[in-house]
Design a protein around this ligand. Structure first.
Ligand code: AMP
Ligand code: ZN
Length: 108
């Protein structure tokens, strides 16, 4: 838990989010500014800034997040979908708690 991190606050329940999945390691919730009809974020419970902060110790967690994408996308009614991981401010990252965007289903 990092106190000034918006996703840690969602994990702690101090900021609301439309949760679509949760287990011991990850949570998934709808993006507040959807880029498509369906747009959710897969977020680890562990606060890791981004892909550049990951090492071999995060391998299982990263794999788990990616494998959840098709499962949750199907549950959300998506036949096909896009995935996106922004890394670094120059890479478009705005929230520095690693997350996988999953979106599809046409224009929001
Ligand atoms: P990124 O640019 O990859 O860091 O993406 C951050 C994403 O988090 C953006 O798509 C935001 O719309 C989304 N976001 C920011 N705050 C919230 C929030 N409180 N609940 C849900 N999604 C959020
Ligand atoms: Zn965090």
């Amino acid at each position: 838990m990092t106190t000034d991190c918006i996703f840690c606050k969602i994990l702690a329940g101090t900021i609301p989010a439309k949760k679509i999945y949760e287990d011991d390691d990850v949570i998934a919730f709808n993006d507040i500014k959807p880029m498509a009809k369906v747009h959710f974020l897969i977020v680890p419970k562990l606060h890791v800034e981004g892909l550049k902060a990951c090492d071999i110790s995060h391998q299982n967690l990263l794999g788990k997040m990616l494998l959840l994408a098709p499962k949750l996308a199907a549950e959300q009614g998506l036949v096909g979908f896009k995935t996106l991981i922004n890394t670094g401010r120059e890479g478009g990252q705005e929230v520095f708690h690693i997350h996988v965007h999953v979106f599809g289903g046409g224009v929001a």
